[in-house]
Design a protein around this ligand. Structure first.
Ligand SMILES: [Ca+2]
Ligand SMILES: [Ca+2]
Length: 415
């Protein structure tokens, strides 16, 4: 695929005006549309960059590889430094994704903070200036993934991510976007480093604070999205989390993953799942353009064998994981969201065998195909290459004209 992509990039330099961006990346080419539902090909959203299955997440190297592997959008999770810069990290606590605990110059920085009502020990981005952050190097937080790149790559700012994405868009001849997430917005407000206006300022400087910008802003909280709606026309996506999936496939809501944290602070009753009822979706529609639900809200899975309320090791491999589960019927969340014009971008899709329900037969492609068939408008993937290949297979299954489009590198009218 890489050779094919390189050949395509060369060809595109000759025919840029009418290039077949729409073939390989049809929805990205149509990113001027206010909504990308209703038949546009689903977006490959590079989760934490889209190549963090291979490289330490949220590094320019992981974003660049994610784009190379086919991501239409890359996802910088955003936290603030002490001097107010936005950097790409999954958490304000740097302990799991950087080498900070190994650096003697920062040993005294370790401390406990209250994060969304829970005391957490670690090293906090808000205790470091950007210059100090640049002394850190990223590490792979997933124990099952390649750690050989640990300690090699820097922590980028949002501005640096945008600069990379713009350059890659020119090099690849297609429009690549960013999908920033405001991490723990209430926490950042409480420590005097609110994210929202800082994010809009960076987007302003990039010329990307407008409706047609290649940008989605996402958050697990609601109040900050409502605030952002009053300040920007950039597309907004309401993330919908939960804590776990029970043995019977029902979704578990344990603190602090039971509800948006701004609801805890404001005293609003309810759970994350309330955002996905018809009434909840209608409320989301009043301030956002889409939903980013945990994928189990769309297709959940139940244990094949339940003993005393818990999953049994039904495939007798000595561990209990997704392989001991079977899929349940799809819910109506996608159709209910689409009725309101909301796009649906579930998370997170990963290749590891232990994360794949038995129905997928050990092949992550089958999971993507199930969700593409369900009509999602995009999905967050740690392995953009698998998401990309599965999307081509999905389009070949569903669009009789796509094979010609794919082979001939010509723009396909999909009417
Ligand atoms: Ca994220
Ligand atoms: Ca097992």
């Amino acid at each position: 695929m890489k050779n094919w992509k390189h050949a395509r990039a060369a060809q595109l330099t000759l025919v840029i005006a009418t290039a077949c961006v729409a073939c390989a990346h049809p929805a990205a080419a149509d990113s001027n549309a206010p909504h990308q539902g209703g038949g546009a090909a689903p977006l490959v959203i590079g989760h934490r960059g889209g190549a963090n299955g291979y490289l330490p997440e949220h590094t320019l190297e992981a974003y660049a590889l994610g784009i190379q592997l086919g991501a239409d959008f890359v996802e910088p999770d955003l936290v603030a430094t002490k001097d107010g810069h936005l950097i790409a990290r999954h958490e304000p606590n740097l302990v799991d994704t950087t080498n900070v605990k190994d650096l003697p110059q920062f040993a005294q920085r370790r401390r406990k903070l209250m994060l969304d009502g829970v005391e957490v020990d670690g090293f906090w981005a808000s205790d470091f200036t950007l210059a100090e952050i640049k002394q850190l190097r990223a590490v792979q937080p997933f124990a099952e993934r390649d750690a050989s790149f640990n300690g090699k790559f820097q922590i980028p700012t949002l501005a640096e991510v945008i600069e990379l994405v713009k350059r890659k868009s020119r090099e690849e001849g297609r429009r690549i976007g960013i999908y920033p997430e405001t991490k723990h917005p209430t926490f950042h407000q409480q420590i005097g480093l609110p994210l929202e206006d800082r994010l809009l300022e960076v987007l302003n400087r990039a010329g990307w604070n407008h409706r047609n910008a290649p940008v989605f802003i996402q958050s697990f909280e609601t109040a900050n999205l409502k605030y952002l709606r009053s300040r920007t026309s950039v597309r907004l996506v309401q993330l919908v989390d939960a804590d776990d999936v029970n043995a019977d496939g029902s979704i578990a809501f344990n603190k602090p993953y039971d509800k948006p944290y701004d609801w805890v602070v404001s005293g609003r009753a309810g759970l994350f799942k309330d955002l996905l009822t018809p009434a909840g979706l209608a409320e989301v529609r009043s301030y956002a353009d889409g939903i980013g639900p945990w994928k189990v809200y769309l297709i959940s899975s139940a244990c094949k064998t339940i003993v005393n309320g818990a999953c049994a090791d039904s495939n007798s491999d000595g561990v209990i994981d997704e392989r001991d589960r079977k899929l349940l019927p799809a819910t109506d969340v996608v159709s209910n969201a689409h009725k309101l014009g909301l796009v649906v971008h579930p998370y997170t899709f990963r290749n590891e065998q232990r994360r794949l329900a038995s129905d997928y037969q050990g092949n992550a492609v089958n999971e993507y195909l199930a969700f593409y068939a369900l009509g999602v408008d995009g999905l967050f993937s740690d392995f953009a290459d698998t998401a990309f290949a599965a999307r081509a297979m999905h389009l070949l299954k569903t669009d009789p004209g796509y094979a010609r489009c794919l082979v001939n590198e010509r723009r396909c009218d999909r009417d």
